[in-house]
Write a protein that binds this ligand. Sequence first.
Ligand code: ADP
Length: 491
Amino acid sequence: MSIRICFIASEVAPLAKTGGLADVAGALAKTLQARGHDLRVFMPRYGQINCENLQLWPVDFLQRVPLRLGSRDLRFDVHTTQLPGTATMIYLIDCPELFDRQTIYTNDPDEHLRFLALTHAALICCQRMGFAPDILHCNDWHTALGPLLLKTVFAWDKLFARTRSLLTLHNLGYQGVFGTDSAADTGLGTDIELLDRQEWQAGRINPLKEGIVHADHISTVSPTYAREIQTADFGWGLDGVLRQRSGDLTGILNGVDYEDWDPRHDRHLPLHYGPDQLHIKAQLKQQLQQRMGLAVAAERPLLGVVSRMTAQKGFDLLFQSLPPLLEARDASLVVLGSGDRRYEDFFADLAARWPDRVAFHAGYNEELAHWIEAGSDIFLMPSLYEPCGLNQMYSLRYGTVPVVRRTGGLADSVQHFDATTGRGTGIVFNDFDGFGVGWALTTALDLYAQKKLWGKLIRNGMAMDYGWSTQVGHYESLYAQLSSATPVKAA
Ligand code: ADP
């Protein structure tokens, strides 16, 4: 059955990406489209998008489209382009005054308005195209007001009479809260009275909360995270509303785009390998050591990190545990990432202290991320929480053993290795403390020294399949189930 889907996301790889949301949006869109669904993907045309190698086609009936939100009289144009490397067409909402900024996300006072405009614009485009979606699929706080808009501002339009809304939570830590003084920017008019009263009384509008309350269904990016977010420890204050909607909450593990992330044909790598060519992986390790200015040492285990540098990623645990480990063990470390100063400083200090064994590259570098996945022996993700996480799944395919904490999608995608049975794909620790991560790293390094066991562990991981071809089926079932269900009421 072909399903009509309006998919709205603030980032879609490879056009604009800050994290996993972009990877998921790009790959899911590509897979759904290849499976014959009628998919319309909407995202902003950011100033950062490199249009040199893109062919952009203006949609002639979607030019200078007026959009009034609060006191702002906006106009937007729409261009289509092919998502690079795919046959998927994507609609870019072009409104330079909102989207041509230094960075994709900002701390500007109109941040909420930028994404409200995206959401309104996508629905207006559906109207002008005469496109009646079966599913409105929104992602994270940026587009989370979509379900409420559908049931209020756009409710008069019969086009949407059969549309059901799905909100996917990629990360509950970002909720897009803004002040009630900007309530008019929602475009809800008198329907602002439907906004959550408790938040309103505190002077806040919480888009993510509104999405959770008003979407017909909610999904998140792993089964474990779906359970975790219903607890006070992981709920970021929204566990109560999530528990109320627990019957409408599904966890679907993200997939991996193996066209991009497979060492057998990775376009960023100078050499390629599969499970039977691990000597080539060893060569890539040496090339990585050279590239990063580390001593070339074939036998020395190399730990890799590619990450946003935020508290979520668990680097606080390393402050106490990593320096003594590097002191005691002959291991090296390569880190790529940027974010909070204290983590960047920490890794820069380690690199200064052990220049032969530790390298830190501050910044964002897609190509280097692929090199680190391929060239490292061990990939470290000690996350405090991790809705899904992609890097551990990439690591498995690259024969790079993931060391992860048992949380969210990490718990769902990495099985702790049992040396007696030979089963398992990585090293998994439970407690969020220095002992936990210290134990996990020591266990990994001890196993690394036992070549036969290590080879088994690597091959177990490389045999795993987390491709979208499997995961997409879960979305298709959910869409089908939703299209035949009755909607959640607006009030
Ligand atoms: P999150 O979405 O929380 O950042 P994920 O593991 O789901 O975490 O996705 C992160 C994605 O972003 C991966 O594709 C990873 O390779 C990429 N990434 C993160 N930081 C960098 C960086 N500094 N340079 C290149 N890629 C990065």
